[in-house]
Design a protein around this ligand. Structure first.
Ligand code: FAD
Length: 349
């Protein structure tokens, strides 16, 4: 990071979700760490993605490129008493079901490299015997993952914010009105502050903030995400994704399962998201068909996230000392631990 001799580099992180909080903690806490200002507009108060996230974590993803960061993050959480406690990691096991003839060897090898003994490839018939799936193509391929489970991204964010402050970071509460490539930050109370690097980690608010700042949004866009807390019996099932039906979920609390289906609402305003009743009905129908059991949809939770193609939470340069750290595309809870470590290292180069 560009620095003037004798003083630590000055870094501004905009956004106090799990991405910004972990990046600030990593950057402030590293040897010779930066002087970090973290700008939040009330993180934890509003229903940002980190507050409502389902928190499913696993190593397996359908490609080796996407499995790497997820497996690396999960291994790091499991290997650290601090991160286990901060994130409230629970091992429930996971099942990832794919259409027939999908090649999974390469991503499974990536998971095994980080989490030895965790992942196993099984067939559709085996899944139908072991788990409550009634409708499943018999040639389906599935990956069973022992060490997968869920975390609480909101708790992880809160702990990282406390640790960042203890490591010397300053948490500033005026919202950021605009960012500049100088690089700088203009706050809602009218002040302009200059830094050596500015990182926008404002999740689904990132494209709007960049547009207001006159900076091209570089392929970032928002998407609606929702899940419902459903009363249903799915004995023996932990976290799961079924690409054949689109369903995903995890056990929530007594007799309740978090169940979701992907939304097709793009370009949503993160301040104007509300539950999509049609999607909740499709979810109930799909779940009843796939599991052959009654599914009573309870509370539906809706929010939005920042997507990037290709997907992945990582540091991206916008030129002139301005960066984004977002684009996790509905999956940053499972990659943020490793991604924030790499982003902080790249910033300190
Ligand atoms: C409903 C839902 C379920 C999900 N489930 C999973 C899951 O099971 N597993 C998984 O891996 N991922 C999941 N995700 C994705 C994951 O939770 C998100 O990718 C992750 O939480 C994003 O974190 P973030 O810090 O980038 O953004 P956010 O958590 O949205 O935080 C952005 C922060 O920036 C602040 N901000 C915005 N604008 C400004 C400004 N101008 N100035 C200052 N601050 C600002 C906001 O207030 C907010 O606090 C889910 C997401 C959603 C929405």
């Amino acid at each position: 990071m560009t620095r003037t001799a004798g003083r630590p580099a000055r870094l501004a992180v905009v956004g106090g979700g799990v991405a910004g909080a972990l990046l600030a903690w990593r950057a402030a806490g590293s040897p010779g760490g930066a002087s970090v200002d973290l700008f939040t507009d009330g993180a934890g108060e509003r229903a940002d993605a980190s507050r409502v996230s389902g928190g499913l974590v696993r190593g397996f993803e359908p490609t080796a490129a996407s499995a790497g960061p997820a497996a690396e993050s999960l291994a790091e959480i499991r290997g650290s008493d601090t991160l286990r406690a901060w994130s409230r990691y629970r091992e429930t096991g996971a099942l990832y079901v794919l259409p027939g003839r999908t090649a999974v060897r390469e991503p499974v090898d990536v998971v095994e490299a980080h989490l030895p003994g965790s992942a196993e490839v099984v067939g559709g018939e085996w899944v139908s015997r072991a788990f409550p799936f009634r409708e499943l193509p018999q040639d389906a391929v599935a990956v069973v993952e022992r060490h997968a489970g869920h975390i609480a991204p909101h708790a992880l964010r809160a702990a990282a914010l406390r640790a960042a402050a203890e490591a010397g970071a300053t948490v500033r509460t005026p919202a950021v009105a605009a960012v500049t490539r100088d690089p700088g930050v203009r706050t809602a109370d009218g002040r302009t502050l200059r830094y050596d690097r500015v990182v926008v980690a404002a999740g689904a608010w990132t494209p709007g903030l960049l547009a207001r700042s006159g900076v091209a949004a570089a392929g970032l866009r928002t998407k609606h995400i929702q899940y419902s807390l459903c009363r249903t019996r799915l004995a023996g099932l932990g976290s799961f994704v079924d690409e054949n039906s689109g369903l995903y979920g995890r056990p929530w609390a007594d007799g309740t399962f978090l169940l979701g289906l992907p939304s097709d609402r793009w370009g949503v305003d993160p301040d104007g998201v509300s539950p999509d009743a049609g999607l909740a009905r499709r979810l109930a129908d799909s779940a009843a068909r796939v599991f052959g059991t009654e599914v009573a949809v309870g509370r539906t939770v809706a929010a939005s996230d920042c997507y990037h193609d290709p997907a992945g939470l990582q540091l991206r340069s916008l030129g002139g000392g301005l960066h984004t750290f977002t684009g996790g595309s509905g999956g940053a809870a499972k990659t943020v631990v490793a991604a924030s470590r790499k982003a902080a290292a790249a910033l300190s180069d």
